[in-house]
Design a protein around this ligand. Structure first.
Ligand code: ADP
Ligand code: SF4
Ligand code: MG
Length: 351
């Protein structure tokens, strides 16, 4: 259904061949190397991958927040390219039409100011017609919606008076204050314990439904993806390894890297099973290996993988399911490769 909707109307956000590189003393870091995806209004796209795969840099580049980088490609938001927009226009869109929750200081609460005050200032920075009193009412309402108890009182708290989960909810309230069309949430629940994580995801889902907001959710946690995503982009070493709907990713994955990530997911059926991280580590983004960037860690790697870069192409006869891997693209061929490589159901955790 997501695909049909995306086909009939232009996507809210279309990212095409996004590239970001940094010049450093050691050489050029190719952090993002040709990333493309679409996101339809009201849908959730998860970007998943190990640390360092370029998830944060990609999304920060889209909203013009990477400094000292060379950025190319296109990021068309509601018909206009964010990458060529002037700084003032982009500043107006950020916060108002695109809400953001980033892991680091780019979007955190200021420790010296009351939480309500920060929300009010955010609203007023984009809409000068809102009075302080109106802004405060709106802040209380937002805090209530994200589940802050006694919001009318807690609105005057300082950030340190909030728990980690409450601070994260306050950040969501702030990001959603102006009813954005798109919310970019970079690891919004990573620092939280599992129960609070679930609550925060629920708050995001509720606000999404209410405002019709599209969400880009960055996470390294496939458990989170399973909860909320419509579409999934799997990134590795700055590129897209696999892209598909959520169901396809979990039940009909093609790429061995996705398979590896799934194998490192704790299984609900078998709580005794240990987390099984993918052996080895991601390559240097300054000196990438030839061929497939995953080949040094891939249990399926064969000759061609070490020389030729696999293009992102449709698999299993599904135009909406893409994988950058040289393995056969038909289900039987892919399954046969697993047998040949000796990757048993046991080894990949019976998924
Ligand atoms: N300012 C910078 N200068 C050089 N390299 C950077 C800079 N910012 C990020 N990188 C590199 O870009 C790569 C991708 O980073 P990032 O997008 O933060 O990964 P992820 O969010 O997937 O963990 C990493 O290897 C990181 O070290
Ligand atoms: S192209 Fe080769 S090395 Fe890369 S993921 Fe596919 S099988 Fe593994
Ligand atoms: Mg990151």
């Amino acid at each position: 259904m997501a695909v049909a909707a995306a086909d009939s109307s232009p996507p809210l956000l279309a990212v095409e061949d996004l590239r970001v590189s940094f010049r450093t003393h050691d050489g050029v870091v190719r952090a993002v190397r040709g990333v493309s995806f679409d996101l339809a209004k009201g849908k959730t796209l998860a970007i998943v991958g190990e640390s360092g795969s370029g998830k944060s840099v990609s999304t920060q580049a889209i909203v013009g927040l990477v400094r000292g980088a060379e950025v190319s490609g296109r990021a068309t938001f509601a018909g206009k390219d964010l990458l060529t927009m002037n700084a003032e226009e982009l500043r107006r869109i950020r916060g108002a039409r695109i809400g953001m929750i980033f892991q680091d200081s780019l979007s955190s609460l200021h420790p010296y100011y009351r939480i309500g005050w920060q929300i009010v200032e955010m609203i007023r920075a984009h809409d000068g017609s809102v009075s302080r009193a109106e802004g405060r009412d709106r802040a209380v309402d937002l805090l209530r919606r994200v589940g802050i108890p006694h919001a009318e009182r807690r609105v005057d708290d300082y950030p340190h008076q909030f728990s980690g989960g409450m601070r994260q909810r306050a950040l969501i309230a702030m990001a959603m204050a102006l009813g954005p069309e798109l919310l970019i949430a970079d690891e919004p629940t990573t620092a939280l314990d599992v129960t609070v994580q679930a609550q925060v995801l629920q708050v995001m889902a509720d606000l999404q439904r209410e405002f019709g907001t599209a969400i880009i959710l960055i996470t390294h946690d496939l458990g989170v993806v399973a909860e909320v995503a419509d579409e999934v982009v799997v990134m590795y070493a700055g590129t897209v390894m696999e892209r598909s709907g959520r169901r396809e990713l979990f039940y009909r994955f093609h790429h061995p890297y996705t398979e590896g990530l799934l194998g490192s997911l704790p299984s609900e059926q078998d709580v005794r099973r240990r987390l099984r991280p993918i052996p080895g580590s991601p390559p240097s983004l300054i000196r990438l290996p030839k061929g497939c960037p995953f080949h040094p860690r891939c249990p399926y790697a064969f000759e061609r993988c070490r020389t030729d870069v696999p293009p992102l192409r449709p698999v299993y006869g599904d135009e909406a399911h893409l994988s950058a891997c040289w393995l056969p693209t038909d289900p039987a061929g892919r399954e046969g490769a697993r047998a040949d490589a000796g990757v048993t159901a046991e080894a990949r955790g019976s998924r």
